[in-house]
Design a protein around this ligand. Structure first.
Ligand code: FES
Length: 170
């Protein structure tokens, strides 16, 4: 069984295919339908879709008999959950004090202009999500960029351009 769930964002309507068999495998097979493991189920669902689609959360709610409002409470409480589609790649720029003083604000603006997205947003083709963070604990090597969980100390515009060139070539 599969279905299409609308995940509209501001600019255009994006649709994704929900694989309910896969959801069943996560919810019933991997976690035995046990509502005590709801957060782990949500983490597993997010690993599949890179965010939490509404249709998947509704299905989870039905199967484990937890009100959808409770599931959304959890989804919005933990910063690691996203209710918006995320890109295949995540580029995070540290904008904490040390990084800001070494030009991370200009790096954010550069990426935003080149990719046409604001911080916290994802490109229309779902290739890239641009995020900012306050400090990643590496102030001595500021400014720091994190690309797909790999840290780039003393990042430069050239570092970022290399990354975005690779995205363009995909
Ligand atoms: S402010 Fe950027 S690593 Fe600390």
């Amino acid at each position: 069984m599969s279905g299409t769930a609308c995940v509209c964002q501001e600019i255009e309507c994006r649709e994704i295919e929900i694989d309910y068999n896969q959801l069943d495998k996560i919810i019933r097979d991997d976690y035995g339908g046990n509502k005590e493991t709801m957060i782990m189920m949500m983490q597993a669902i997010q690993r599949v879709y890179r965010f939490l689609p509404e249709a998947a959360l509704k299905y989870l709610s039905q199967v484990i008999d937890v009100p959808l409002t409770k599931i959304y409470e959890v989804a919005t409480f933990y910063a690691s959950f996203s209710l918006e589609p995320k890109g295949k790649h995540i580029l995070t720029i540290c904008t904490g004090t040390a990084c800001h003083l070494r030009g991370s604000g200009g790096m954010v603006r550069h990426i935003a202009e080149r990719m046409g997205i604001e911080p916290g947003k994802t490109t229309q083709d779902l290739k890239l999500t641009l995020e900012t963070v306050n400090c990643v604990g590496a102030c001595a090597v500021a400014p720091v960029a994190v690309m797909d969980e790999k840290y780039y100390p003393k990042a430069t515009i050239a570092t970022l351009n290399d990354f975005m060139d690779r995205l363009d070539a995909e």
